[in-house]
Design a binder for this molecule. Structure first.
Ligand code: ADP
Ligand code: MG
Length: 697
């Protein structure tokens, strides 16, 4: 096997490659753009394009693509060949500066939420020089942003870049207000832990629900589930280990710092954690990781399921967005240090997050709201829909002491005067008890745990960056304009704790009592995706986005509608798939099974009319009754879907129809099917069972 340092990043046009393939002045100019966010001089683009092309062709590329992250699916790409005809009619391989910088794409095939006027179908992709180009297969991938002809954003990357710039500016401003002259740049860092399921490809192909929707729409619980906890950190099976080995290799080639892989709670569930990096890169890397996972799985006879809830009754898959801020001098701004009580800089950043999350709980919830994640939130091993923050009792003690002016008493009732080191338990407290919290402070970063496994992490990071930047700006304003800075800082911390402590919850988020307690505190409990989306355009939210130049009001509305439409479409497909499976597979199978047992009863009675065949009769009666309901519920579901199909209504009303009617009808149908599955012989049931899907790897 090749050596890791040699293969790491070998398919990335990174600093090493740039240094080798770009003229020095071009490289220096590009480096300034990447590191400090300075605008790129247009004249530099030609130099970069030609060097990039040379590098790619040497690696065997024939095509290039502008790679972007539209509002749907994972990523999009439009491949072009490097081939051009020169003035003398000869074929040459070319990539010009303008081809690198700008691409044209038919925006009408991507969701735009009504932004794009119908006569103007053009959309543009524009090179994002802050993320490295890379090679997959024989294609050079150029990371780009995607916008409409009139400049409205149509993707997830543009607002992410805006939010990164925004928080960098405001974090730096606060540091300056605190007298920190040594820092010249602040970046946000993200590490996205990714969960996924691996199942056998052959079995996958036998289930139309998995093929069309990524999750099982029917399926009775197997006799054994995850109750023994024997999968978590268990030994990795050889076939899976082979997959992981290749996955690592492929990710390393793309410069992705895949670090740990272990089994997760559910059978056949696994996790991959990368080493954190800057947010823009982390986002591209996570998108790539998901794609590479799927491709490598195929090569090993697996299918990688990124759906949040592929199986009912076992844990779903999430993604943990670990988030922090770091300076160009390498300082993590969320590191409390040994004496958090005295570390006012840290406390200010902590408070910015606390207050931001409290004021904009809905935006965090919205950023993780999808049709698939609705099945996961509030379920097994997943945070509830209520957003709260864990900071641990020791840190809360620090804030309490500052607010009340009392002496700092830590959670263990040990009195600690100013300047005394925090107890060694401090770390333990902040890391051990956060497993259930949706937004947990984990020692030197926040871990947002509500994300679904298939989500593009741009969405939550846009929100986190924006809400924190907004608070940082407010804090700076106060400190810059105050005579007594020390007092101003203390006042800010006191005020935040006094007015926003309701968002802090250090207890068990999975407990029933928390729901009632959260309601008493006035926290939002946006249970479903439409419930969450209904708040996207709230005045305070639109004002936040406009104030921070992230979205215009039009863009907020467009995004809301795109996501709601997507939600409805997904449930629509699921419902149709269910009806299809119900009519064409399940109904005939059960009827067939009943018929065969009935024939056996007749045969028995032919031998001796007195044989009662009680056992068979019981199954026949029970299954026949269930089958009758099943047929009725199939019709009911079909009716619910027809009711809304083609109806002219707004996106929210439509989504609510799918949420409150269609999903309910789906659940009813499924419940009967699952009961029938348990009474029907494996030989007749048309699909591989949960047991086979999860335990035969
Ligand atoms: P867990 O207990 O949740 O598995 P780990 O300690 O394994 O936590 O780390 C989880 C993730 O947090 C990793 O991807 C890691 O790179 C990331 N991480 C660590 N420090 C930071 C940071 N300062 N900023 C962003 N992410 C970080
Ligand atoms: Mg984690």
């Amino acid at each position: 096997m090749e050596r890791i340092p040699e293969i790491f990043g070998c398919m990335v046009f990174n600093n090493d490659a740039m240094q080798k393939y770009l003229p020095e002045d071009v490289f220096k100019s590009l480096e300034r753009t990447i590191q400090n966010g300075e605008p790129l001089d247009r004249s530099v683009a030609n130099g970069v394009a030609s060097g990039m092309k040379e590098w790619a062709i040497e690696k065997g590329c024939t095509h290039y693509t502008h790679w972007f992250q539209p509002m749907t699916g994972i990523t999009a790409e439009k491949h072009d060949s490097f081939m051009t005809i020169d003035g003398e009619g000869k074929v040459i391989m070319e990539l010009s500066g303008s081809e690198l910088i700008k691409g044209e794409s038919d925006a009408s095939s991507f969701p735009n939420g009504g932004i794009r006027a119908t006569f103007e179908a053009r959309g543009y992709t524009a090179w994002d020089p802050t993320s490295y180009a890379f090679i997959m297969g024989k294609t050079l991938y150029i990371p780009t942003v995607f916008c409409s002809y009139t400049g409205e954003v149509l993707d997830k990357k543009t607002p992410l870049l805006r939010s990164i710039e925004r928080i960098s500016t405001e974090a730096l401003r606060l540091l300056k207000a605190l007298g920190r002259e040594d820092v010249s740049h602040v970046s946000t860092t993200v590490g996205a832990e990714q969960e996924y399921f691996l199942i056998d490809k052959e079995m996958y192909l036998e289930r139309r629900d998995l093929m069309y929707t990524g999750r099982t729409l029917f399926g009775a619980r197997p006799p054994k589930g995850q109750e023994l906890g024997d999968h978590y950190f268990g030994a990795i099976k050889p076939r899976v280990a082979e997959f992981m080995k290749e996955l690592d290799l492929e990710l390393w080639k793309l410069g992705i710092y895949a670090k740990t892989e272990h089994n997760e709670v559910a059978p056949c569930q696994h996790e991959l954690a990368p080493v954190f990096t800057t947010t823009n890169l982390a986002t591209d890397h996570n998108q790539l990781t998901m794609e590479v996972m799927k491709n490598v799985a195929q090569r090993h006879g697996f299918v990688c399921l990124l759906h949040e809830k592929p199986f009912e009754g076992v844990s779903g898959s999430g993604k943990h967005n670990n988030w922090s801020l770091t300076t160009n001098t390498g300082e993590n701004l969320l590191k409390p240090g040994k004496k958090p009580y005295e570390n006012k800089q840290f406390l200010l950043f902590l408070c910015a997050a606390l207050k931001g999350v409290h004021l904009y709980q809905d935006l965090l919830r919205i950023s993780v709201a999808t049709a698939s994640n609705d099945h996961r939130l509030g379920g097994h091993e997943a945070p509830p829909a209520i957003i709260s923050v864990f900071i641990g009792e020791d840190l809360e003690g620090v804030l309490h002491a500052i607010e009340s002016g009392e002496e700092y008493v830590n959670a263990h009732r040990v009195r600690m005067g100013m300047g005394v080191d925090v107890l060694p338990d401090f770390k333990k407290d902040t890391t051990d008890r956060n497993r259930t919290s949706p937004f947990a402070f984990t020692g030197n970063k926040f871990e947002f745990r509500s994300l679904g496994s298939s989500l593009n992490i741009a969405c939550p990071n846009i929100m986190i960056n924006t809400i924190v930047a907004d608070q940082l700006a407010e804090f700076s304003e106060i400190i810059e304009n105050s005579e007594d800075k020390e007092k101003a800082i203390n006042d800010i911390i006191s005020d935040v704790y006094r007015n926003h402590k309701d968002i802090i919850f250090n207890g068990n988020n999975y407990a029933e009592e928390w729901i009632a307690e959260a309601e008493r505190r006035g926290l939002m409990n946006l249970k479903s995706m439409p419930d969450a989306m209904a708040h996207y355009g709230d005045k305070k939210n639109v004002e936040l986005f406009e104030r921070n130049k992230i979205f215009t009001e039009l863009e907020v509305q467009a995004r809301r509608d795109i996501q709601l439409e997507n939600y409805s479409k997904i449930i629509h497909i699921e419902a149709l798939t269910m009806v299809d499976m119900a009519k064409k597979d399940i109904f005939p199978a059960v009827s067939h099974f009943i018929g065969d047992i009935s024939r056996n009863v007749l045969r028995k009675r032919q031998i001796n009319a007195g044989i009662p065949a009680k056992a068979e009769m019981k199954v026949i009666e029970r299954l026949s009754a269930l089958l009758d309901s099943f047929a009725d519920f199939t019709d009911e579901l079909e009716f619910c879907v027809k009711e809304i199909e083609g109806k002219k209504t707004d996106a929210l009303t439509e989504a609510y129809h799918y949420c409150n009617k269609v999903l309910v009808a789906m659940e009813k149908l499924r419940a009967v099917a699952d009961e029938m599955e348990q009474l029907t012989s494996y030989d007749y049931w048309p699909y591989p069972s949960y047991g086979r899907l999860m335990f035969t790897m």
